[in-house]
Design a protein around this ligand. Structure first.
Ligand SMILES: [Zn+2]
Length: 285
């Protein structure tokens, strides 16, 4: 055997022994069966506890798939309603949980801190065709542009992850959210747990079937994790938020213009040499 073959065998066995590290980003609007903002999204609403149960089921199915795929570490980032939706007594025993505010500009990432990122319960960007409960950060935002390209929460996570050389490898959410990720990461595995069936109604898989598919696709994504490439954005970077006319994002008192932040009645624009710098202008250092 040549040295290079021996080295490759050693490298792959070390990798298998250690296994990839996975971050799971969660939300609630993209969970199967969830379609009603008045009843299913916030504490105190009639079906909120049911939504939480369904989220926990989908998240834990993803953890199980990641573990079976060889992951050595799985961290869940609670992403819904100010990062206070999940509980440590309900998550899979092999996972850890990130909760709390504010969200740091680096989204808890560092260079290659994880080998891949998954979304569970994810919704599409504001205005997305056939999106279920589609929005971008808040229901007041009409558009977010990253160097002129429309993005939602999926694109924001993929962009900062790409800056840290981490690919997004899997998404579970509504059909429009799946398509949104595939436009950025064509090799990603996706599970459409529901799709729009009428104006505000959805056609969902059973929870049991959603869990089965999420576990299977997550396992496959983690087993093939070395085939994924991160989504890289060349600098300089401009991150622009455009608000709906009836809900202006900025009052006239906030109107300002400087090198890194520009505010007009309907838009706020943040600039940096890199994605991270633009996010730091937005979220603070
Ligand atoms: Zn949410």
């Amino acid at each position: 055997m040549t040295h290079i073959v021996i080295w490759l065998l050693m490298a792959s066995s070390i990798y298998a022994a250690e296994g990839p590290r996975i971050l799971i980003v969660t939300d609630l609007e993209g969970v199967g069966g969830v379609n009603n903002a008045e009843e299913q999204l916030l504490p105190g609403q009639r079906r909120y506890e049911e939504s939480r149960r369904l989220l926990v089921g989908e998240v834990n199915a993803a953890v199980e798939g990641a573990v079976k795929g060889g992951a050595r570490e799985v961290v869940i980032w609670d992403g819904h309603n100010g990062s206070r939706t999940l509980s440590i007594d309900e998550i899979h025993p092999r996972a850890k949980l990130i909760q709390g505010r504010p969200t740091p500009a680096n989204y808890y990432l560092q260079d290659k801190l994880y080998d891949g990122i998954l979304f569970v319960g994810q919704h599409a960007m504001a205005g997305a065709k056939n999106g279920v409960l589609a929005h971008s950060q808040s229901f007041n935002v009409q558009n977010i542009f990253l160097n002129g390209k429309p993005v939602g929460e999926i694109g924001q996570v993929a962009a900062i992850a790409g800056y840290f050389n981490i690919p997004v490898i899997m998404l579970a959410g509504d059909e429009a959210a799946c398509e949104e990720l595939l436009a950025l990461q064509p090799k990603a595995e996706t599970v459409a747990v529901k799709r729009l069936a009428g104006k505000g109604s959805t056609l969902s898989l059973s929870h049991s079937e959603a869990r089965t598919q999420i576990e299977t696709k997550t396992r496959r994504a983690v087993e093939h994790i070395r085939e994924f490439a991160p989504w890289k954005i060349e600098g300089p970077v401009e991150l622009k938020f455009e608000y709906y006319p009836e809900t202006p994002g900025a009052t006239s008192a906030e109107l300002s213009r400087d090198e890194h932040k520009q505010v007009s009645p309907r838009t706020v624009t943040y600039r940096g040499r890199t994605v991270l710098e633009a996010f730091e202008q937005w979220l603070g250092k």
